[in-house]
Design a protein around this ligand. Structure first.
Ligand code: UDH
Length: 287
């Protein structure tokens, strides 16, 4: 025996290797139907068994990426139910060491998707040493489990082929819906902007941040990157904001001061459910 193995804490037989690049239990295309009779209790019964409280899971057979899934949220419980029903089994098959964080905007003020996602990044890191962050809208369910919810050598756009856009990108630089960033990639762009109130623009700002910091966007192909969106009406207090598109001309100058380094919010409540951690945050929204 050499000195190194004699002094090591863990015995040799207990070490496990990294999880494979291609998880062995994937099935490919999935049937996804949004059944409105599906209750949260039923979903819990069907999918929650392997989970730890707060929507946490860690594979035991290999060392996986530590992935926080962050969902910007307000008043979309119906969608969350479908999301949990489909995503937990997919994430289990994908062999990720993951946690689900639903970041709920407090109050009735104007919605701010990007600022909620910034808050989610911070809150997730308070709990665990995550190295990857997947940001997902609550109404988007992938229909192929080969679309991996993890991080790559560049920031990744996952929702490339949504049903509502005819299963293709609405435009080449589209970055909406679902994306992933390693911690380092996220810090490199100073996180997301905090100043896009209401609907529109923040995803284009994020795309610009990525390219301005010399990174490219990684994507799955249009077969693997398919998504179904739960149909819904436009939300209250998230009207298209006509000021947002103009702000995009300024991203180059604003990104260093508007982001994770200027984020201000307060936590109102943290509730741990079996299938997710629900964090209500006050992001000082204008009325
Ligand atoms: N979100 C909420 N609550 C809200 C608003 C947004 O939870 O009140 C979250 C949710 O995760 C949603 C995401 O923010 O999926 C993005 O919301 P969005 O309104 O920008 O995008 P979505 O694709 O709707 O959900 C687009 C407008 C729908 C108009 C439909 C008219 N037929």
């Amino acid at each position: 025996q050499d000195v190194a193995s004699m002094t090591s804490d863990a015995p040799a037989y207990a070490t496990i290797g990294p999880c494979p690049d291609i998880p062995p239990k994937l099935v490919g295309p999935l049937r996804v139907e949004f059944d409105y009779h599906r209750s949260l209790d039923k979903v819990r019964e069907e999918v929650a068994e392997p989970l730890q409280n707060g929507g946490r899971f860690k594979p035991t057979e290999c060392v996986a990426q530590k992935v926080a899934v962050i969902i910007p949220f307000r008043n979309r419980h119906e969608h969350l139910k479908h999301w949990l029903y489909y995503l937990h089994p997919i994430l289990l098959r994908q062999q990720v060491d993951y946690g689900i964080y639903v970041i709920n905007q407090f109050g009735e003020g104007v919605f701010n998707r990007a600022k909620l996602m910034n808050a989610g990044y911070f809150e997730a890191l308070k709990e665990y040493d995550y190295d990857c962050f997947v940001f997902s809208d609550v109404d988007l369910v992938p229909t192929d489990d080969r679309n991996l919810y993890r991080c790559f050598s560049n920031p990744r756009h996952l929702a490339v082929a949504m049903d509502k856009f005819g299963y293709r990108l609405p435009y080449n630089t589209y970055f909406g819906g679902v994306s992933s960033f390693s911690r380092e990639q996220f810090l490199r762009i100073n996180g997301f902007p905090n100043t896009y109130w209401g609907w529109g623009g923040e995803d284009d700002d994020i795309y610009k941040r990525v390219t301005f910091r010399g990174m490219s966007v990684s994507r799955p192909d249009l077969v693997i990157g398919r998504y179904k969106m739960v149909r819904h009406k436009r939300d209250l207090h998230n009207e298209p904001n006509p000021k947002n598109p103009d702000k995009l001309h300024m991203t180059h100058w604003t990104m260093d001061k508007d982001g994770i380094n200027s984020l201000k919010y307060t936590v109102k409540e943290i509730v741990k459910e079996k299938m997710f951690t629900f964090i209500t945050v006050d992001i000082q929204a204008p009325a």
